[in-house]
Design a protein around this ligand. Structure first.
Ligand SMILES: [Mn+2]
Length: 455
């Protein structure tokens, strides 16, 4: 499937699903950094990318009466001096695979010929664009109003990856795989975390793409979203790396590995690492069409409890421990999430994509961080990312530990404090009968890692 076949096919499918409506999808505006001539790098909104690919800031697409029209901001007078010549409208039309391209100055006249009540639009994360949509449509575009009809149709398309989307995620995973190769080669006691991160980003820069998210490259693995990076690494510590490149068309990948800085796991590190790896393999073996993702999460929680019983940290029955939420002391997040054009795919729609219709996120600690609750189906892409963390803020919180006094050996848990945090994450495709790890080439066995770091 070529890019053109994909984009045209998706535009057609959307037009055919909502034939009586006028559909407005905006790319968004670039955001300024600190002065007016300095913008953050521009990336169109993901749903815009899904149908039209990369187009300039301010672009707005309208799909109506069986055809797609893309409205582009005309360049300012001296843009050519600072930014060079822009593509022609015909070149833009070919690039976004729309039926026609027009100047943005024609948008209001174009829209006003339709019945207002037929118009559905996608809200964006960009307040400037939402303001512009409010002016053009004379109403506020909202996630929960009538525009949710459009959102739900787009979710039902983006949930299942077509051949082009899958090829793009595979491309992103390949770049990420090269990044991990460079990263582990840069690991050595005394080196700075930033060196590993820079080596990994080199692979992304070399591929000419971007990062899918702000990476985590840290020896403070117990801080779940530690984006600060810059400590010198010592032998005995582990480096947790959660990193993902984007593909050329903006699709994500998401991988985590945890490496011993010296190239050799200590005893407690090895114990917990083996457990996380076992949990991930158990979940992977169960991931296939027809299974509830929540069930995978549940199995992961129970397997963690069993492993912690074996290590003497818990006593009791693993299912009962998981039911009581004992695992959340060491595994407070969810097992994974959807992945596609966004690393947490379609989270700009809240939980509408991650949670099947009629389901809502639990408020219970642990389950409240579960980003995915639906039956897995063929062509979905998810992540599987169990972790174990020794988080002083939780272990010192008597409100959390006291209810577990009968089954928790805190003293034993403290023996593992130096381990700090371990996460093992792969990007996984649900296939016809099972699942395929798209990042299986990135080593995660203890023997492989020890051989690579000391090499
Ligand atoms: Mn992830």
């Amino acid at each position: 499937m070529t890019r053109e076949e994909a984009l045209r096919g998706r535009q057609r499918a959307l037009l055919e699903t909502l034939p009586k409506h006028v559909l407005v999808i905006a790319a968004g505006q670039s955001r300024l950094r600190n002065i007016t001539s300095l913008a953050y790098p521009f990336r169109p909104a993901s749903s815009f990318l899904y149908f039209f690919g990369k187009m300039p800031p301010g672009t707005i697409a309208v799909l109506a009466e069986g055809s797609s029209t893309v409205f582009i901001e005309e360049p300012a007078k001296d843009d050519v001096l600072w930014h060079g010549p822009k593509p022609s409208f015909e070149q833009y039309r070919a690039a976004c695979c729309a039926d026609q391209v027009k100047s943005k100055s024609e948008l209001i006249t174009f829209i006003s010929k339709f019945d207002q009540t037929d118009i559905l639009a996608l809200p964006t994360l960009d307040p400037v664009t939402n303001g512009e949509l409010r002016l053009v449509l004379d109403r506020t575009v909202r996630r929960d109003g009538r525009d949710s009809t459009l959102i739900n149709v787009i979710i039902s398309m983006r949930l299942y990856h077509d051949a082009f989307s899958l090829a793009q995620v595979r491309e992103a995973c390949e770049i990420t795989s090269r990044a991990f190769e460079r990263g582990i080669a840069a690991l050595e006691p005394g080196a700075n975390e930033r060196k590993v991160r820079a080596e990994m980003e080199y692979a992304v820069g070399e591929a000419g793409t971007d990062l899918a998210f702000d990476p985590i490259v840290t020896t403070c693995g117990e801080v779940l979203h530690q984006t600060r990076c810059g400590a010198d690494m010592s032998a005995g510590e582990m480096l947790l790396v959660d990193f993902g490149a984007e593909s050329s068309e903006g699709y994500a990948s998401d991988v985590s590995r945890t490496w011993p800085v010296s190239g050799k796991f200590t005893g407690p590190q090895k114990d917990l690492y083996q457990l996380v790896l076992h949990v991930q393999k158990t979940a992977f073996a169960l991931a296939k069409p027809g299974i509830e993702f929540k069930e995978l999460h549940q199995v992961a929680c129970e397997t963690i409890c069993q492993g912690l019983i074996d290590l003497g940290i818990f006593t009791g029955d693993p299912q009962e421990l998981a039911r009581r939420g004992a695992h959340t002391l060491f595994f407070p997040h969810g097992l994974g999430h959807l992945l596609g054009l966004d690393v947490h795919d379609m989270e700009d729609f809240g939980d509408a994509a991650g949670y099947a219709q009629g389901r809502a996120r639990s408020e219970e600690f642990g389950y409240s961080a579960l980003r995915l609750d639906r039956v897995l189906e063929r062509d979905m892409i998810i992540t599987l990312e169990p972790g174990l963390y020794m988080i002083p803020a939780l272990l010192k919180d008597s409100q959390r530990t006291e209810p577990l006094a009968d089954c928790l050996n805190l003293e034993k848990a403290n023996d593992f404090l130096e381990v700090r945090g371990i996460r093992i994450e792969d990007t996984v495709l649900i296939t016809e009968e099972a699942s395929e790890s798209l990042t299986a080439s990135i080593p995660k066995e203890i023997s492989e890692i020890e051989a690579l770091v000391s090499a």
